[in-house]
Design a protein around this ligand. Structure first.
Ligand code: ADP
Length: 507
C-alpha cells in the first residue's frame, strides 16, 4: 500500500503535467503573447512620450524664464512681482498662474540673499542646488534650476526654479496600471481559450482514458468505445482499441474455456486409470488376468494422455507462429511429395493419389515442420474417417496470382453441414466415442487451423454425409522460383492421376 503510494507519487513527479495541462499552458502562452505584444509596445511608447514631453516642456519653460529674468534684472521686488502677475502668456493667463498650473515655482533673490519674488505660497529653501544650470532629482524626477543674475558683468542676484513632476509620474503610473489591467484581462482570455481549445482537442483522449480505466476482466466482453463519438485519427485509434479489446476478450474467453475443456478431457483417462487401480487393489493382486488387463488398459490411457498433453502444447504453440516463425519459408512441392510418400508407406492398404498441378516452384511463408504437421493432421483424419473406399487424393494447385491451394479428399463417412462448422473447434468430435476409439482428441483440426491462421492462410471443408470430405487449405504465395526441374516434373506427372486443377484456373 505504502509502496503503491510512493510509486504513484514518483510517477506524478516524473509526469507532473497531463497533456491537457501541457497543451493548455502552451496555447494560453501563445494567446497571451499574441494579444499582448503589440499593446505592450504601444503602452511603453506612450509612457516614454509622456516623459519626453515633460522633459521638453521643462526645457522650454526653463529657457523662457532665463530670457525673461534677464529683463527683470535690478528691478525692485514689487515690480518683479507685478511683472509676473501681469505678463500674459499664450494661454491668456498671467505668467504666475501659468507657472502654478504647470507646478513650477520660482524664487528670486538679490545679491544679499533677500527673497525678491516667490511664485508659490511657501518659502522653499533650495539648499541642494549648488551648481548653476538644471539638475534632476534621481529619486523624484523633479527638475531644479539654479541661475545667477548679471547686470553686465556684475552679479546682482540669483533664482531657483523647481519643476514638480508629480503629475507626470501620476500619468505614467496610470498608463502602467492600464497595461497591467490589460495583461490580466488578456491572461484570463488566453487561459479560457487556451485550455478550452486544449480540452476540446484532447477530450477524446480523456474519454478514452476514462473508458480504459474502467475496463476489468469482468466487463471487457461487453464494453467497447462508441466509434461514432470520435473523428479523424481518433476514429482509427478507437477502432484499434476496440479491436484490441475484442482480441483480449477472446483471449480471456479462450483461456477460460481451454482450462475447462482440458480438465474435462483429462477427467476421463484419469477416471479410467483410477478405476483400474482400484480394481487391481481389490482383486488384481491375485488374479493374473485382471492384473494383465488393468495394466494394459492403464498404459493405454496414459499413452492417450501423453498424446493429449502433446497436442495441447502444439495447439498453444500454434497460436504464436505469427510472432515466432514469421521469417520462415518453405518450398511447397518438396514437403507435399515427402508427406505423400510417407503415407503411402505407412498405410499400404490405402490408395494415395497426388495430383500436383504446379508448373513452378512456389515458396510460401511457413515453417517446414508446420506445413508437414498440417498435412499429417489432414491425411491422418482422411485415413481415420475413411470407410470401405480406401482412397485418398491430395491435390495442389494455384490461381497463379496470389495463393496455393492444397486439398485432401477422402471417400469416408463425411459429415453434416452443422458438424462442418464445428470440426475446427477445440475438442470437437462428431462422434466422441468413435473418435476416441481411433485415438482422436478433437484437437488435430484446431491445431491445423491455428497454424494456418498464423501464416495468413485459410482452411475450409466440403463434405457430404456418407460420401466423404475435402479439406481445402490456402496459403498466400510469397515467391515463384522458376520452373520445376524436368526430373521433378516427371516424378510429379507420374503421380498425376486426374486433372482436377489447372494453373490458370480462375477460382
Ligand atoms: P480428432 O483427433 O478427433 O480426429 P480433429 O480435430 O482432427 O480431431 O477432428 C475433429 C472431428 O472432425 C473428428 O473427431 C471427426 O469427427 C471430424 N473429422 C475430421 N476429419 C474428418 C474427415 N476427413 N472425415 C470425416 N470426419 C472428419
Amino acid at each position: 500500500m505504502i509502496e503503491s503510494f510512493f510509486n504513484d507519487f514518483k510517477s506524478k513527479l516524473e509526469h507532473p503535467f497531463s497533456l491537457i495541462w501541457k497543451w493548455g499552458l502552451i496555447l494560453s502562452s501563445l494567446f497571451l503573447l499574441a494579444l499582448s505584444v503589440s499593446p505592450s509596445i504601444t503602452s511603453y511608447q506612450d509612457q516614454q512620450d509622456i516623459k519626453n514631453d515633460y522633459v521638453q516642456e521643462v526645457a522650454d519653460i526653463d529657457s523662457y524664464l532665463q530670457d525673461y529674468m534677464n529683463s527683470l534684472v535690478n528691478k525692485p521686488a514689487a515690480e518683479v512681482r507685478q511683472a509676473f502677475q501681469t505678463r500674459v502668456t499664450m494661454e491668456n493667463i498671467s505668467l504666475e498662474e501659468y507657472l502654478t498650473q504647470k507646478h513650477v515655482k520660482i524664487q528670486v533673490y538679490n545679491q544679499e540673499g533677500n527673497l525678491i519674488y516667490n511664485s508659490g505660497d511657501s518659502v522653499d529653501i533650495f539648499t541642494t542646488a549648488r551648481e548653476t544650470g538644471r539638475t534632476q532629482n534621481e529619486l523624484t524626477g523633479n527638475f531644479l534650476t539654479y541661475q545667477m543674475l548679471y547686470d553686465g558683468n556684475e552679479q546682482v542676484g540669483y533664482y531657483f526654479v523647481s519643476f514638480d513632476s508629480q503629475e507626470v509620474r501620476d500619468q505614467v503610473a496610470d498608463e502602467q496600471l492600464a497595461w497591467v489591467t490589460m495583461i490580466l484581462i488578456n491572461l484570463a482570455i488566453a487561459i479560457v481559450f487556451g485550455f478550452g481549445i486544449a480540452y476540446l482537442f484532447l477530450q477524446p483522449i480523456q474519454s478514452m482514458k476514462r473508458f480504459l480505466k474502467n475496463i476489468t476482466a469482468d466487463n471487457i466482453a461487453d464494453r467497447r468505445l462508441n466509434v461514432t463519438d470520435y473523428h479523424g485519427e481518433f476514429t482509427e485509434i478507437s477502432e484499434g482499441i476496440n479491436q484490441m479489446l475484442d482480441q483480449t476478450s477472446d483471449y480471456i474467453d479462450q483461456q477460460i474455456h481451454f482450462v475447462e475443456d482440458v480438465s474435462h478431457e483429462l477427467r476421463t483417462p484419469v477416471a479410467i486409470i483410477e478405476g483400474h487401480l482400484n480394481m487391481l487393489n481389490r482383486w488384481g493382486k491375485d488374479d493374473p488376468e485382471i492384473l494383465e488387463e488393468s495394466l494394459s488398459a492403464s498404459t493405454n490411457e496414459l499413452e492417450r494422455m501423453k498424446i493429449l498433453v502433446q497436442e495441447m502444447l502444439d495447439l498453444s504453440r500454434a497460436g504464436q507462429v505469427d510472432t515466432q516463425y514469421y521469417d520462415k519459408t518453405t518450398l511447397i512441392n518438396e514437403v507435399i511429395n515427402q508427406v505423400y510418400q510417407n503415407f503411402k508407406v505407412l498405410y499400404p492398404d490405402f490408395d494415395f493419389f497426388l495430383e500436383n498441378d504446379l508448373r513452378r516452384n512456389y515458396e510460401i511463408q511457413i515453417y517446414r515442420n508446420h506445413l508437414e504437421q498440417i498435412l499429417i493432421i489432414l491425411l491422418d483424419n482422411a485415413v481415420k474417417y475413411s470407410a470401405d473406399r480406401k482412397e485418398i487424393h491430395i491435390s495442389v494447385a494455384t490461381n497463379a496470382v496470389d495463393y496455393i491451394e492444397i486439398a485432401v479428399q477422402d471417400f469416408g463417412e463425411g459429415m453434416s453441414q452443422e458438424d462442418q462448422n464445428r470440426v475446427f473447434n477445440r475438442f470437437y468430435r462428431v462422434d466422441k466415442a468413435r473418435s476416441r476409439e481411433r485415438g482422436g482428441n478433437g484437437l488435430g483440426l484446431s491445431i491445423a487451423k491455428e497454424l494456418i491462421k498464423g501464416y495468413k492462410g485459410s482452411i475450409f471443408v466440403e463434405s457430404e454425409l456418407g460420401n466423404g470430405s475435402i479439406f481445402h487449405v490456402r496459403f498466400p504465395i510469397l515467391n515463384t522460383l522458376g520452373d520445376i526441374s524436368a526430373s521433378d516434373r516427371a516424378k510429379i506427372d507420374e503421380s498425376l492421376e486426374g486433372d482436377l486443377f489447372d494453373d490458370e484456373r480462375d477460382y
